[in-house]
Design a protein around this ligand. Structure first.
Ligand SMILES: NC(=O)c1ccc[n+]([C@@H]2O[C@H](COP(=O)([O-])OP(=O)(O)OC[C@H]3O[C@@H](n4cnc5c(N)ncnc54)[C@H](OP(=O)(O)O)[C@@H]3O)[C@@H](O)[C@H]2O)c1
Length: 352
C-alpha cells in the first residue's frame, strides 16, 4: 500500500484530535511531521510526538498538510499553505481563510466528496457548525428540496480553542468557590460572584453558568461572521445558493459537542416517518429519536464520536412543509479533525 508523508500544523484542541484520528483510521502514513509555533514533546493517548517549529522548508517532501493552527483571527495556513503547495503538498485547512475562495473546494465528504477533484492545492474544511448541519440536511434536500433553514446553534467552549476550554474551567471553579462562601447559594444574587468580561480572554463574556449569543465578531446586518459562515458555507457545499438561511450562534457552557435546533421548510411535502427513514440510512448520520424513552442526542454522549446525531424530528404545527430537527456532533471530531482526515482519504482515492 502506498504511504503518504503527512504534516499536522497546530497542536491545539483540533491538532491533537487530528493526531488521534489519523491513528484510529490507520491513515497510510510514511513520515509524520508535527508543527506548531515552538518545539516540545507531547503525549497523545500514550503515543509520543515531537513538535517542531513551523518553517517553509519543513514542508519539503510532504504529500498532505493538515492545518489546524491559529494566528489571532487568521489561520497559520495564510502564511504557510502556499509554501506547502509550492513544495508539492495538498493542503487541507481547518481555518476560515480560504473557504469562500472559488478556487478552493469546501468539502464535507458525505455531501460533496466529488468537489475534492477540483482542488488546485488547497481544500478547505468547513466550520464545525456547518458540517453537522449539512450532513443532517443534505439527504432531505436531495429527496424533497429545502427552501428555508433557520438554525440556532448551541456551541461548546472547545469550538473556540484550547484557551476557551481553560476559561470555562477557571470561571466555573471561581464561581463555585465564591458562591460556597455565601450563606445561601440559591438566594445569592449571582452577579456578585460572576467574573468580569475581559478582552484578554478568548471568549467575550463569562461562559460558566451563562450563555451568550455572540460567536465571532459582529458584521453585516448585526449578524456575526460565525452566523454568515453557516449561510455561505452551506450554499457552497450543497451547491444550493438559493436556500434562504438565517442563523443565531450561541455559546453554551459545554466542553465539547455542538447542538443545533434546526427549522426547515421543504419544497415538496414529506412525512416525519419518511424523514426518519431517510436519515436512518444516510451516511454519517445516527438517528436517535425516541422521545417517549427520553432518547435524543446530547453533547455529553457524542463526545469522541465521528457521526452526526439527529433527533426530535417533528412537523411544524403551523407551517406547511415546516420541520424541526435537533442535530448534535463532536465539534473537534466530525466538526474538524475527522472531516479533515476524511478529505485526505478522498484525496488519496481520487489520485489512484
Ligand atoms: N475548535 C474547533 O471546534 C474547530 C472547528 C473547526 C475549525 N477549527 C479551526 O481549526 C484551527 C485550530 O483551532 P483550535 O481550536 O485547535 O485552536 P487552539 O486550540 O487555539 O490551537 C492553536 C494551535 O495553533 C498553533 N499555531 C498558532 N499559530 C501558528 C503558526 N503560525 N504556525 C503553526 N502553528 C501555529 C498553536 O501553536 P502553539 O501550541 O505553539 O501555540 C496551537 O497549537 C483554527 O483555524 C480554527 O478556526 C476549530
Amino acid at each position: 500500500m502506498k504511504k503518504y508523508n503527512v504534516a499536522v500544523i497546530g497542536v491545539g484542541v483540533v491538532g491533537i484530535e487530528m493526531l488521534r484520528v489519523l491513528k484510529q483510521r490507520n491513515f497510510p502514513i510514511g513520515e509524520l511531521r508535527v508543527f506548531a509555533r515552538s518545539s516540545r514533546d507531547i503525549d497523545v493517548d500514550g503515543q509520543k510526538y515531537s513538535v517542531k517549529p513551523i518553517s517553509p522548508e519543513g514542508f519539503e517532501g510532504i504529500d498532505i498538510a493538515l492545518f489546524a493552527g491559529t494566528e489571532g483571527e487568521k489561520g497559520a495556513a495564510v502564511t504557510y499553505a502556499n509554501e506547502a503547495v509550492k513544495r508539492g503538498a495538498v493542503v487541507i485547512d481547518n481555518g476560515a481563510d480560504f473557504r469562500m475562495d472559488p478556487d478552493v473546494p469546501l468539502v464535507v465528504p458525505e455531501v460533496n466528496a466529488a468537489d475534492v477533484k477540483k482542488h488546485k492545492g488547497i481544500i478547505a474544511n468547513p466550520n464545525c457548525s456547518t458540517i453537522q448541519m449539512v450532513v443532517a440536511l443534505n439527504p432531505i434536500y436531495k429527496k424533497v428540496g429545502i427552501k428555508r433553514i433557520i438554525v440556532t446553534t448551541l456551541q461548546a467552549s472547545s469550538g473556540a480553542g484550547k484557551a476557551a476550554v481553560e476559561q470555562l474551567w477557571q470561571e466555573t471553579e471561581e464561581v463555585i468557590l465564591r458562591s460556597q462562601k455565601s450563606e445561601n447559594r440559591s438566594q445569592k444574587v449571582l452577579s456578585s460572584v460572576f467574573c468580569s468580561p475581559s478582552s484578554e480572554k478568548p471568549m467575550p463574556q463569562q461562559l460558566a453558568f451563562n450563555v451568550f449569543p455572540h460567536i465571532g465578531s459582529f458584521v453585516e446586518g448585526d449578524y456575526t461572521n460565525e452566523e454568515w459562515k453557516l449561510v455561505k458555507e452551506t450554499h457552497k457545499i450543497m451547491h444550493a445558493p438559493k436556500i434562504k438561511i438565517s442563523a443565531t450562534t450561541v455559546r453554551v457552557p459545554v466542553r465539547t459537542g455542538h447542538s443545533e435546533s434546526v427549522y426547515i421548510e421543504t419544497v415538496r411535502p414529506i412525512a416525519v416517518d419518511k424523514v426518519k427513514a431517510i436519515l436512518s440510512k444516510a451516511p454519517g448520520v445516527i438517528l436517535m429519536d425516541e422521545p417517549k424513552n427520553n432518547l435524543y442526542p446530547m453533547p455529553k454522549d457524542v463526545e469522541g464520536r465521528d457521526e452526526t446525531f439527529v433527533g426530535r424530528i417533528r412537523k411544524d404545527a403551523f407551517v406547511k412543509n415546516g420541520l424541526w430537527l435537533w442535530v448534535v456532533a463532536d465539534n473537534l471530531r466530525k466538526g474538524a479533525a475527522t472531516n479533515a482526515v476524511q478529505i485526505a482519504e478522498c484525496v488519496i482515492s481520487s489520485s489512484k
